[in-house]
Write a protein that binds this ligand. Structure first.
Ligand code: XUL
Ligand code: CO
Length: 436
């Protein structure tokens, strides 16, 4: 046992004072026609929870993630056992991983791949024993110095080839573990200065890498979703997958839209100068909503702090978007989040997951309450009512000609446009539904 101080976390309801209990997440309770576990599909991010030791720019790790040994492969095996113990205790049904999270990189690509084969045999066994599932896999093509100028966008063709081979293997492993998604996060796919960068070539190359690796996945039987995870900056100054709108444009330009969706991360949204809700909405209206990296940033800091989500407005408005997108199919809520450097004990991990899971459980409940209340939806429907008949209906049906619109405008005199948008009234409804 790796977490003797973490008990199995149970739902005890809103009035409990037990800090190691859920107040809102009741996994088997049915809400909106599905159980909460089916609605929310929580996932543990292997890299943060199992690997990250609390290092920052100014200090070494504060958390022990060695799992009782200094031997790297033994540590990876123990880490896998620990991950499943944690998922069981926390009622987290899924996990997400990078190749290098689950097995230490070897001296050669061949050795790295052999290590991955060995560890994924063990993980597959643990999955069978516990019923836990893989939400998505990915390749870490950003950590090693070989990727310092990018992977798919590297100026050196050898690096491109290495990245392609690494991604091929990561897709094979995702298929082996039954993952329902495969994520591309372009960790170093961007640039620092245009003085040394051929952007057009880099974008063409990146699209080609996505094309050949995703086609390979289909060939070996991957039926899940491919996701791109937008992020505007960090580590590079200017990342090519800046935000949801940029990525949708990129996917359309290169003919990849039919096979790729988006994995929207809350902290990446705010780094791009958007709200989480905005990014989810952009994904949805482009038919590209896929999965979510659930976390939050600190608005007073300008970097990716990857904190566990506790903002109830964000979780509520997020779940409203998810419901409007039809709910999760292959995607889910992956906690791409870590405890603060000063929260350095295993118990802090339990508190963090409980906070995140309860915040999203509350958000799910409130999103359905907002829909049942109906006032927000009714207001929006009414706001656009002029498109329901007359000239508006012709615009909606795309049958209005420019000449017809001109004749209509000339005959109309001035536009009567004094109807309030009622923002404050609507914000008050949101508060009333959420907190009363
Ligand atoms: C980095 C980030 C990644 C991806 C997976 O900001 O979000 O952890 O989610 O590579
Ligand atoms: Co992420």
């Amino acid at each position: 046992m790796y977490y003797p101080n973490i008990p199995a976390i149970k739902y005890e309801g809103r009035d409990t004072t037990n800090p190691l209990a859920f107040r809102w997440y009741n996994p088997d309770e049915v809400i909106g026609g599905k159980t909460m576990r089916e609605q929310l599909k929580f996932a543990l991010a292997y890299w943060h929870t199992m690997c990250a030791e609390g290092t920052d720019m100014f200090g070494v790790g504060t958390m022990d993630k060695s799992y009782g040994t200094t031997d790297p492969m033994q540590s990876a095996k123990n880490k896998a056992e620990a991950a499943f113990e944690l998922m069981e205790k926390l009622s987290v049904d899924y996990f997400c991983f990078h190749d290098r999270d689950i097995a230490p990189e070897g001296a050669t690509l061949t050795e790295s791949n052999e290590r991955l084969d060995e560890i994924t045999d063990l993980i597959a066994d643990l999955m069978k024993k516990t019923g836990k599932k893989c939400l998505w896999g990915t390749a870490n093509c950003f950590n090693n110095p070989r990727y310092m100028h990018g992977a798919g966008t590297a100026p050196n063709a050898d690096v491109f080839a290495y990245a392609a081979a690494q991604i091929k293997k990561a897709i094979e492993l995702t298929v082996k573990l039954g993952g329902s998604g495969y994520v591309y996060w372009g960790g170093r796919e961007g640039y620092e200065t245009l003085l040394n960068t051929d952007m057009g070539r880099e974008l063409d190359n990146m699209a080609y890498l996505l094309k050949i690796t995703s086609e390979y996945g289909r060939k070996i039987g991957f039926t899940g979703d491919y996701y791109i995870e937008p992020k505007p900056k960090e580590p590079t100054k200017h990342q090519y997958d800046f935000d949801a709108a940029t990525v949708c444009g990129f996917l359309n330009k290169y003919g990849l839209a039919k096979d790729f969706r988006l994995n929207i991360e809350a902290n990446h949204a705010t780094l791009a100068g958007h709200t989480f809700q905005h990014e989810l909405n952009v994904a949805r209206v482009n038919g590209a909503f896929g999965s979510i990296d659930a976390n939050q940033g600190d608005m007073l800091l300008g970097w990716d702090t990857d904190q566990f989500p506790t903002n109830l407005y964000d979780t509520t408005l997020c779940m409203l978007e998810v419901i409007r997108a039809g709910g999760f199919t292959n995607g889910g809520l992956n906690f791409d989040a870590k405890t603060r450097r000063g929260s350095n004990t295993p118990e802090d991990i339990a508190h963090a997951f409980i906070a995140g899971m309860d915040s999203f459980a509350y958000g799910l409940r409130m999103a359905y309450k907002l829909i049942d209340d109906g006032r927000l939806d009714a207001f929006v429907a009414n706001r656009y009512a002029s498109y329901g008949d007359g000239i508006g209906k012709k615009i909606t049906d795309k049958t209005a000609t420019i000449e017809e619109l001109e004749a209509y405008a000339l005959a109309m005199g001035d536009v009567k446009n004094n109807i309030s948008g009622r923002q404050e009234y609507l914000e008050n409804i949101l508060n009333a539904v959420m907190f009363q």
